[in-house]
Design a protein around this ligand. Structure first.
Ligand code: ADP
Ligand code: MG
Length: 232
C-alpha cells in the first residue's frame, strides 16, 4: 500500500534500548503518516521518545518491530548502503544544535553538502551556488549574512542556515528536532513560522518535535508523545 502523497509512514513501530540487563521501551506501537506539504508537530516531555521517533523515521535507527516507509520504500528490506542512499536522497534533518562548520560561510555550509553528495564537480557548479543563495534568501538571510561564518550570526540565523541546508537536497521528508530550544520565544515563533512556510513551498512531509507549546499553533496537526506512545 504505497501512497505517493504520504512520503513518511510508520506502522506499529517499537524501539527499545539496552538498559542494564533489561530493555527500555522508547517507542511503543507507534503509527504515524505524514502527507506531502503537511506540518505535524510532536509534543511531549523530555525522555518521552521524540528524538527516538525522528531517528527511526530518518533510518538512523532500526526499530525492533514495525515498518517504516520512506518515499514509498519499505526501509526494513533495504541493505545498509541502500538505506543510506535513500536517507541522503529523501530526508532532510534539522537537529537541535545547528552543527555548522566554523570555518565556512552560510553559502558554503550548503555547498559542502552538495560536495559530499555529488562529488567535487557539484561544488564548482554555478547552479549549485545560485540555489544555495536562493534558499538562504528564502529563509530570510540577506546577502551580507550569506557571506558570514557562524560565529557572526545570531542563534536564530544559524538555525535558518541549518534549515536551508536540510532543504538543499530537495528532501520529501523534513525531520526537525527541537529547533527553537535555544531561542527566545519570539525567535522561536519565527522559526516555527518559517518551517510552516517551507513545508508549503517545498511540499515536504515535515515532523517538528518540540516541547515548546508556543510552536504548536503553526502545525497542521499536533500529536502527543507520552512514555513512547503517540496519540492525537
Ligand atoms: P526525547 O527526545 O523525548 O527527550 P528520547 O527519544 O531522547 O526522548 O529518549 C527516550 C527514552 O530513551 C529516554 O528514557 C532516554 O533516556 C532513552 N534513550 C535515548 N537514547 C538512548 C540510548 N542511545 N541508549 C539508551 N537509552 C536511550
Ligand atoms: Mg530529544
Amino acid at each position: 500500500m504505497t501512497d505517493r502523497r504520504i512520503p513518511l509512514a510508520l506502522d506499529r513501530v517499537r524501539l527499545t534500548y539496552p538498559d542494564g540487563d533489561r530493555r527500555l521501551t522508547a517507542l511503543d506501537d507507534v503509527g504515524l503518516r505524514v502527507a506531502a506539504g503537511e506540518l505535524v508537530a510532536v509534543a511531549g516531555p523530555s525522555g518521552s521518545g521524540k528524538s527516538s521517533l525522528l531517528a527511526v523515521a530518518a533510518t538512523l535507527l532500526r526499530p525492533d518491530a514495525g515498518t517504516v516507509r520512506l518515499a514509498g520504500q519499505d526501509v526494513g528490506v533495504l541493505r545498509a548502503a541502500a538505506r543510506t542512499a535513500l536517507r541522503r536522497r529523501a530526508v532532510g534533518i534539522v537537529f537541535q544544535q545547528p552543527n555548522l562548520l566554523p570555518s565556512l560561510t552560510s553559502v558554503e555550509q550548503l555547498l559542502v553538502t552538495a560536495h559530499l553528495r555529488g562529488g567535487r564537480r557539484a561544488l564548482r557548479r554555478a547552479t549549485e551556488r545560485r540555489r544555495a543563495e536562493e534558499l538562504l534568501e528564502s529563509v530570510g538571510l540577506d546577502a551580507s549574512r550569506r557571506r558570514r561564518r557562524p560565529h557572526r550570526l545570531s542563534g536564530g540565523e544559524r538555525q535558518r542556515v541549518n534549515i536551508a541546508r536540510a532543504l538543499f537536497g530537495t528532501p520529501q521528508v523534513l525531520l526537525v528536532d527541537e529547533p527553537t530550544s535555544a531561542l527566545d520565544h519570539e525567535r522561536g515563533a519565527r522559526v516555527a513560522e518559517l518551517l510552516r512556510e517551507v513545508t508549503r513551498t517545498h511540499g515536504t512531509a515535515t515532523v517538528l518535535v518540540t516541547h515548546d507549546l508556543g510552536v504548536l499553533g503553526r502545525a497542521d496537526r499536533v500529536l502527543h508523545m507520552t512514555d513512547g506512545r503517540l496519540a492525537e
